[in-house]
Ligand binder design. Structure first.
Ligand SMILES: C[S@@+](CC[C@H](N)C(=O)[O-])C[C@H]1O[C@@H](n2cnc3c(N)ncnc32)[C@H](O)[C@@H]1O
Length: 349
């Protein structure tokens, strides 16, 4: 791939055309490596502005200065107001992408999920990230698990569609993928996360319905795992409560849900509360091996074993948690690379 330098790009003093600036800004797009290099799209809210990796590599030196110069320029030689707005908008986006996901605004991303005979796409909305709301971002473990689901051969259990509970759904990628594989899924999280979760369920209802699945969204706090309050069907306002959930599930899913010393106890507590007594009931989890939380994974394994579960199948795989902070270079993205552990738990035969 050819490398070009900032100095080779159209300089503002030469009064480049709007199209030339927009084409140049497209070169700086740092596609999120976490989301499948082949085909995962970011839509930034501008109709038709589908951002993809450019065919050239731009030397990162001086790029931030170049982008800032565009944002702060009046662009007065460009007569079209809309074109000027679009150039400022794209330059600002490119700048914020280079500061990592937390600096970026709201966005929707399209994830391609494989099935046994093809694939489908899910559109996942992530609001602008605020403070501690980790569930407003889609994490590597959930994308890896969503892609792995079809390999468990759980989507069609006899004639009955599986009923599935997801704990700590976040933006909902895992549960929505399960539903689009034909399962009836209850996606759950804390109230601050459930609003966006319900929106994502609504946004993907067409593909889920087409594949014979369904979703409900509910509030399930592992601190108080005995209660799960469903949100009224079709509602995206978490205040619109419906009945409380009453039945247990033969399959529970959870991704990236161990990041405090309390979480293993709480998560296993929720599993004990909601997993059905069926002999073939399963719990499928995927967690990143983050240095600081390795004891949590160990604790989770021990507590699951104490609760009478054993690992039926497990493995490791790698994924990316975040954008490259300086423009998508392999090396610069290494800090976002995480190895994740997935495991399918059941009761001993
Ligand atoms: C790191 S995020 C992972 C989200 C999603 N599973 C993913 O992998 O993209 C952890 C999720 O666990 C949820 N969570 C944390 N504590 C919780 C609790 N006490 N009860 C329910 N959910 C909780 C958070 O709100 C968040 O959505």
């Amino acid at each position: 791939m050819p490398t070009i330098d900032v100095l080779d790009l159209p300089q503002l003093y030469t009064k480049p055309s709007a199209q030339s600036l927009l084409d140049t800004l497209a070169l700086f797009t740092s596609a999120p490596r976490s989301w499948d290099a082949k085909r995962t799209d970011i839509h930034d809210g501008n109709e038709g502005a589908l951002l993809g990796s450019g065919p050239v590599h731009v030397n990162p030196e001086g790029v931030a200065r170049y982008l800032t110069s565009i944002v702060s320029s009046s662009l007065q030689w460009i007569a079209d107001d809309d074109a000027r707005e679009e150039i400022w908008n794209q330059a600002s986006l490119r700048l914020s992408e280079r500061s990592g996901r937390t600096a970026m605004g709201a966005m929707s991303r399209t994830f391609r999920i494989p099935t046994s005979d093809g694939s489908f796409e899910l559109s996942i909305h992530e609001p602008a990230l605020t403070g501690d709301d980790l569930g407003l971002k889609t994490w590597a473990a959930s994308y890896l698990l969503a892609k792995r689901l079809q390999s468990f051969d759980i989507a069609h259990h006899g004639n009955e569609k599986p009923r599935v509970l997801e704990l700590g759904s976040g933006t909902g990628l895992v549960g929505l993928a399960m539903a689009a594989l034909g399962a009836h899924v209850v996606l759950t999280d804390l109230p601050s996360i459930a609003q966006n979760l319900a929106r994502n369920a609504q946004d993907n209802s067409e593909v889920i319905w087409r594949n014979g699945g369904s979703t409900r969204t509910g509030i399930l706090d592992w601190n108080n795992p005995t209660s799960c309050q469903l949100i009224r069907e079709g509602a995206t306002n978490v205040e619109e409560a419906d009945e409380a959930l009453a039945t247990r599930f033969p399959l529970i899913l959870a991704a990236d849900s161990l990041y405090s010393s309390e979480h293993p106890r709480m998560l296993v507590g929720a599993v004990k509360e909601w997993l059905s007594e069926d002999s073939d009931a399963r719990v499928i989890v995927e967690f990143p091996y983050r240095e600081a939380y390795l004891p949590e994974i160990k604790d989770f394994r021990e507590r699951m074993a104490q609760a009478g579960f054993c690992i039926l199948n497990e493995g490791e795989e790698k994924g990316y948690d975040d954008w490259g902070r300086s423009g998508g270079d392999e090396e610069e993205n290494e800090d976002a690379l995480v190895t994740c552990w997935w495991a399918c738990w059941g009761r001993p035969a």
